[in-house]
Structure formats: C-alpha cells, structure tokens
Design a protein around this ligand. Structure first.
Ligand code: GRF
Length: 203
C-alpha cells in the first residue's frame, strides 16, 4: 500500500511511522511527504529516510478551495492508498475530504470528542481534567469529528504546564499512530457507513 504523509512542522509522528514502516516487512511504503511549509523539519526527516518530498506552499494563498485543488493535484501524482495527516495544520475543504473519503487518517491531541480544535493541552489543564490523551481518527468533513479508531490516555498532574502535558501526549501519539497505519495497510481497518471498523467489528 502506498502511504502519503502530510505535515506542517516537526514531524515526530512522521518519524514514528517511518521507523515502523522501515523496521518491519509491512505491506506499506511511504511514497511521499508533502508539507505546506517549506521550513518544516519533517521534510528533513523524510529526506534522511530517502523519501520523496514536496512543498505545496500555503503562504499567501487565501482561497481555501484553490489551495486544496493544488494539494489534490500534487497528491494524485502519487496515487496513494492512504493519506496520513501528521501535524498538518490546515482545515480542509469538504471537496478535499470527499476526494479521499475513507483513506485519510489524522491524529488529534485530545481524548475526542473532547477538545476539538486548538490548545487542547491548556484546555485540559484549565478544566482540571484528571486525564488527557490523543486520538487517531478517520477524517470526515467535521473538523476533528470523524470516527475514532484508537486512543491513548495520560494522567494530568497538578503542576503540569501545557508543554509537560504535550510531551506526555506525544509519547503516546508515537505509539498509537503507527499502529493504526499498520492496521490500515494490512486491510484490517476501514471506514464503513461513517464508522471505523477493525477486523469487521465496529469501533
Ligand atoms: C501532534 O501533537 C498532533 O497531535 C497534532 O500536531 C502535532 C504534530 O507533531 N495534530 P509532529 O509534527 O508529529 O511532531
């Protein structure tokens, strides 16, 4: 299976997925990493792993539909079976999401459906939550609202700053995201009728 990864930044989740794909004899390979930012560190990680990279710059483009069209044309050069959003910090148009329906995964730093959107760690601290975490989900038109595949929980400690909590959550992201990708490339995971299905069981 051909995997394409979309990033905007550091790419630590990308790295976790590269490490898994390279270590094992998985039936998946990463055909390209595309960033909307030219200076994303994740592009270096990809190049170091011998993966093709490209930049579809979003800077200065205000028309969302126009940007998403450009992104679609670039992605479709690679004919991917799976698109992995790994810290890709853009809201996608319904047209984009429909084009890749059932083929797109995202990781979000909260226990969805809690805290969709930004600043999730600070919001968990402000709410005095005892636990927080990360969720892998299929991408649908609703932002951070697609069916959840897998979650990992972490404790929130009373003296936590948002950065402490973010680091704790990220360690878990690096465990669960490669696992969900592995399920997908092994044909164990799909989206059916708006639900995530693993080994024929609704999640
Ligand atoms: C992750 O925390 C992810 O949950 C969020 O963006 C961050 C990306 O980090 N969507 P990285 O670029 O994978 O290091």
């Amino acid at each position: 299976k051909k995997i394409l990864v979309l990033i905007s930044g550091s790419g630590s989740n990308l790295q976790a997925i590269i490490d898994q794909v390279h270590l094992s004899d998985e039936p998946g390979n990463i055909v390209a990493v595309i960033s909307n930012k030219a200076d994303a560190y994740g592009l270096e990680r990809a190049a170091n792993a011998g993966i093709e990279t490209s930049v579809v710059a979003s800077k200065g483009i205000t028309d969302r539909a126009q940007y998403d069209q450009a992104l679609i044309s670039e992605i479709d050069n690679y004919q991917p079976d799976l698109i992995v959003m790994a810290g890709f910090m853009r809201i996608l148009t319904p047209e984009f999401v429909q084009h890749y329906s059932g083929k797109m995964l995202n990781i979000h730093p909260s226990l969805l459906p809690k805290y969709q959107g930004l600043n999730t760690h600070q919001r968990a601290i402000d709410a005095n939550d005892e636990e927080h975490g990360a969720s892998v989900h299929f991408v649908t038109e609703e932002l951070d609202g697609g069916p959840v595949i897998l979650q990992a929980k972490v404790p929130v400690f009373s003296d936590d700053q948002a950065e402490d909590l973010a680091a704790r959550v990220q360690d878990q992201e690096h465990r669960i995201y490669p696992l969900a990708v592995k399920w997908f490339v092994n044909n164990r995971l799909c989206m059916q009728g708006g639900k995530a299905v693993l080994d024929d069981v609704e999640l």
